[in-house]
Ligand binder design. Structure first.
Ligand code: SAH
Ligand code: SF4
Ligand code: F3S
Length: 432
């Protein structure tokens, strides 16, 4: 059967869709990227904010129209929203054929074949041991690949649904990770991102994350290593040293701040103060002066006063992240913060969000402009969309860079001198 997978949410879901593709291909199904020819459509969903869920529910009900012309078509829901809502999804949309949670993807082939016999099925049982270790994911990219090193999250930040949708933290065996990286490198993926909700707490039979980085750094089939996501409270000096001492680990870190105010951070259950976060940034920059740091920030957490919000603004100005993903607080049923009494009105959350976006836009532009004059190593990925005479690729600090060149540069690492910058893209010239 031809199966189309539509993915929402974070990189974990992107990686899971690749895993699901591999599980289905083992059973002789074929993955298609043309939804009109699909026999089965799978939505891999996200629950992190209400908006994410509403969007996918809208998409699902739109695609149900296809069943009128193709009554055999099956439509299923997997991922975090499937995990969270389980059987109640069948009530929300009676045309859904199957619902499968994050620890039950190995059962998908069986569940799909039941759905074909019109037995709509669901399985959202947690399996705290499932790490899908032996399965070789179907990696769709050509240059960058995600390698899952852990699943689940134990942190229970008070606003966050992830620990409820992904279950408890578990680490994948070291050797499986290293084998997959080596294999991917041989296939031509030179830029590998290690993946987990909190990679810094990776721990498999006494190998911690810093040690894993040193081991991965020795694999000579790859050129670059990255990882997401880090939790500030677990980003130890040992990990920072491992980053600085491992030549393949790129000067690029995503470290979620969430708020610049200590009382809010406490209510969020983040386990660090604004000052501690700032010290981590100072330490990172002292060890890796060229490091690009990106972050996540939430506007309008319950009880956040104007003064507390301004602490966040001030800290963003002081730290000057390369980029910030900014979110309006969204209450998630079942989380602690959803029960807090002092929710902020929607219009204030929105207004604060817009202030964050505006501030960061300027900082990002300035950060990019500071790159002018530097020479950066670019991993060339493709001919530029805007001009056939230019190619585009990524720097070690994950900035898209465009420069004159032809297709024979694709897959190569080229030194480029940066000559100009917009908020998102660097431009330059070859410099060998
Ligand atoms: N494990 C990652 C985060 C995964 S969720 C980490 O800790 O860095 C991605 C981001 O979504 C979070 O960092 C947070 O900024 C945001 N987020 C999570 N729950 C949210 C909520 N209820 N409302 C608004 N933003 C939220
Ligand atoms: Fe959510 Fe916090 Fe876990 Fe990140 S660390 S996934 S924000 S609970
Ligand atoms: Fe969304 Fe699940 Fe990721 S809730 S952010 S897809 S872990």
């Amino acid at each position: 059967m031809k199966i189309f997978i539509e993915t929402y949410g974070c990189q974990m879901n992107v990686a899971d869709s690749e895993l699901v593709a591999a599980i289905l291909e083992r059973e002789k199904h074929r993955i298609t990227n043309n939804i009109s020819e699909a026999d089965v459509i799978i939505f891999n969903t996200c629950s992190v904010r209400e908006h994410a869920e509403n969007r996918v529910l809208g998409r699902i009900s739109n695609e149900m129209a296809r069943k009128r012309h193709n009554p055999e078509l099956k439509i299923g829901v997997i991922g975090c929203m499937a995990q969270r809502l389980g059987n109640s999804l069948f009530q929300m949309n009676k045309n859904i054929d199957f619902v499968v949670g994050v620890d039950q993807y190995k059962k998908l082939p069986e569940i799909i074949s039941q759905a074909e016999k019109n037995n709509s099925r669901s399985n959202t049982d947690f399996n705290p041991n499932e790490i899908y270790s032996s399965i070789q994911s179907h990696h769709y990219g050509k240059f960058n690949a995600f390698v899952t090193i852990m699943r689940g999250c134990n942190n229970f930040c008070s606003y966050c649904i992830v620990p409820y949708t992904r279950g408890r933290e578990r680490s994948r065996p070291v050797q499986d990770i290293l084998n997959e990286i080596e294999f991917l490198g041989k296939k031509g993926f030179k830029d590998i991102t290690l993946l987990g909700q909190n990679v810094n707490s990776y721990n498999f039979q006494k190998t911690n994350f810093a040690e894993l980085l040193y081991l991965a750094n020795k694999i000579d089939t790859i050129k670059r290593l990255r990882f997401v996501t880090s939790h500030p409270k677990d980003l130890s000096d040992e990990v920072i040293d491992a980053m600085a001492n491992s030549s393949k680990v790129c000067e690029h870190l995503h470290l979620a701040l969430q708020s610049g105010n200590d009382e809010i951070l406490k209510k969020m259950n983040r386990g660090y103060s604004a000052e501690q976060f700032f010290q981590i940034i100072e330490h990172l920059r002292a060890k890796m002066p060229e490091i690009a740091i990106t972050t996540d920030v939430i506007a309008g957490f319950p009880g956040e006063t104007e003064r507390q919000f301004e602490d966040t603004i001030e800290l963003l100005k002081k730290i000057r992240f390369d980029y910030a993903f900014t979110f309006k607080y969204s209450p998630r049923a079942g989380t602690k913060a959803a029960e807090f009494p002092d929710h902020i009105p929607e219009n204030i959350r929105l207004e604060r969000l817009q202030r964050l976006i505006k501030l960061q836009e300027n900082i990002t532009l300035e950060k990019y402009q500071q790159q002018i004059g530097k020479t950066k190593e670019i991993y060339v990925e493709k001919i530029s969309k805007k001009s056939k005479l230019e190619v585009s690729g990524k720097s070690r600090d994950f900035k898209i860079t465009v420069f004159p060149g032809s297709k024979n540069l694709i897959e190569k690492f080229v030194n480029v001198k940066i000559t100009s910058a917009t908020g998102w893209t660097l431009r330059g010239e070859r410099f060998d």
